[in-house]
Design a protein around this ligand. Structure first.
Ligand SMILES: *Cc1c(COP(=O)(O)O)cnc(C)c1O
Length: 454
């Protein structure tokens, strides 16, 4: 018998509840506030989110049942396989064991459909007919377009950050195929978009701008709500199926991680794998949990913990998070999904409470790691995912130096088959690193002066 490569679960083993880390923090998270610092109640969110999701957003219940219909959607691609990366281990000559959870097997190619199908379903239950959203690399837009077609009877309007819109034309085609409508942001369709285009017709756009446009579009019709693919508490919650499955799979293979690693943009795939293991850690497990972000967008590693808006036009409530400032426009790095200016309040809080660590890595090291991964394990990772791989390789090399057996678990957040332009740039030798200069960091945080502090 050759050695075991993957651990698969049956459909019966799909987790039946989401895990809510908010129930287990020693200190509760600061609430969202308005510009005067006053905590905002659920009603204030009701115009942009349906009440059933707002209830999840503010919930401190530890376990929340996954409705049957949502389980039915998740079963299309879940449980996802856990792989032992034996060929990567061999190439690295490491004593470390490397496992990765393959979230790239979903129809849209990433972890994002885990929350997209839940959000589309709850909105439909609430009588909503149209969803708006923004998308960076196009992963979230395609996940939501897929989810809207799956639940049926739901229009989907996506504002896609201009630079990605140009770099990733096939993402737009995926959205159209699933019946979604995708435009480049900033667009001429909203007031915010028109204003920003008037100031700078050549702007590459940003997630912050696209969010403002999607919210403006949402406010136009009563039967429309807005969705976010990351950052918010209920999104973190929906992703915890990843870590729960991984716990079960590690148990089945008779192993347990010393290190858990995920890449972090808004924080959702990281939260998905990490939060169930943070729960283990709170109960005594000896485990390090690492969020890895781009050097060009170093939210957890270098940005202050502040109250900040989720978008450029400050239409969202102020959230307590590590933030580069809502006016931050990241350099044009290829990991579009990691360019957001803020980090999920729950992930930020987990960091402040000492449950997790963070690292940042430049994109050339990430692509080098991605290419080694593709040439050993076969699957071509998303540029975002490559950050988790690069951190995994760092940990594996450390294990070699220390001569230690170590078990590493990584979340493989998605495939890169729609992101081959970045690979072309890397393989042609055109990629550079953009460590964020200190002056720029200082400058981009100025927009938070005068806002209340957590
Ligand atoms: C969107 C995306 C990310 C980053 O978003 P998070 O909310 O931080 O998970 C990472 N990997 C892939 C493949 C993505 O599509």
């Amino acid at each position: 018998m050759s050695e075991q490569i993957k651990v698969v679960l049956t459909e019966d083993e799909l987790p039946k509840q989401w895990y809510n880390l908010a129930a287990d923090f020693a200190h509760p998270m600061p609430p969202p506030v308005d510009i005067s610092g006053k905590p905002i109640g659920p009603e204030a969110l009701a115009r942009i989110f349906p009440m059933n999701l707002i209830e999840q957003e503010v919930s401190t219940e530890r376990w929340i049942d996954i409705p049957d219909e949502i389980m039915g959607y998740l079963k299309i691609w879940r449980p996802t396989p856990l792989y032992r990366a034996r060929r990567l281990e061999k190439a690295l000559g490491t004593p470390a064991k490397i496992y990765y959870k393959n979230e790239g097997v979903s129809p849209a190619g990433s972890h994002k459909p885990n929350t997209a199908v839940a959000q589309a379903w709850y909105n439909k239950q609430f009588g909503i007919k149209k969803l708006t959203t923004e998308t960076g690399a196009g992963q979230w837009g395609s996940a939501l377009a897929f989810a809207c077609s799956l639940v049926g009877g739901m229009e989907c309007k996506v504002f896609m950050v201009r630079i990605s819109f140009d770099q990733k034309p096939f993402r737009k085609m995926m959205m159209r195929t699933w019946g979604g409508d995708c435009v480049a942001s900033p667009s001429m369709e909203t007031e915010v978009g028109r204003r920003i285009l008037a100031e700078d017709p050549n702007t590459p756009g940003s997630l912050g701008i696209a969010i403002s446009e999607a919210i403006e579009e949402c406010l136009r019709r009563d039967d429309t709500r807005y969705t976010l693919g990351s950052v918010l508490n209920h999104v973190m919650l929906h992703q915890t199926v990843i870590g729960q499955e991984a716990q079960n799979q590690m148990k089945k293979i008779g192993d347990y991680p010393d290190v858990v690693i995920g890449c972090a943009g808004g924080g959702s795939n990281f939260a998905g794998i990490a939060f169930p293991f943070i729960n283990d850690r709170m109960h005594g497990a000896d485990i390090r949990i690492i969020a890895t972000e781009p050097q060009a967008c170093p939210t957890l590693t270098r940005a202050e913990y502040r109250y900040d808006a989720g978008d450029v036009a400050m239409m969202t409530p102020l959230l307590p998070m590590h933030s580069l400032g809502h006016t931050f426009v990241a350099p044009p790095l290829h990991a579009g999904g990691l360019r957001y200016h803020g980090m999920a309040p729950m992930v930020s809080h987990a960091m402040n409470e000492g449950h997790i660590e963070a690292s940042s890595i430049g994109q050339t090291e990430c692509y080098e790691a991605a290419v080694l991964f593709a040439r050993t394990e076969g699957f071509i990772p998303a540029p975002e995912t490559s950050h988790a791989i690069a951190q995994t390789i760092r940990e594996a090399k450390r294990a070699t130096e220390e001569g230690k057996e170590k078990t590493i678990l990584m979340n493989w957040s998605g495939h890169g088959l729609m992101d081959l332009k970045g690979y072309e740039a890397y393989l042609d030798g055109h990629l550079q690193d953009y460590p964020l200069p200190d002056e720029l960091l200082q400058k981009s945080q100025v927009c938070m002066e005068g806002l209340p502090r957590p």
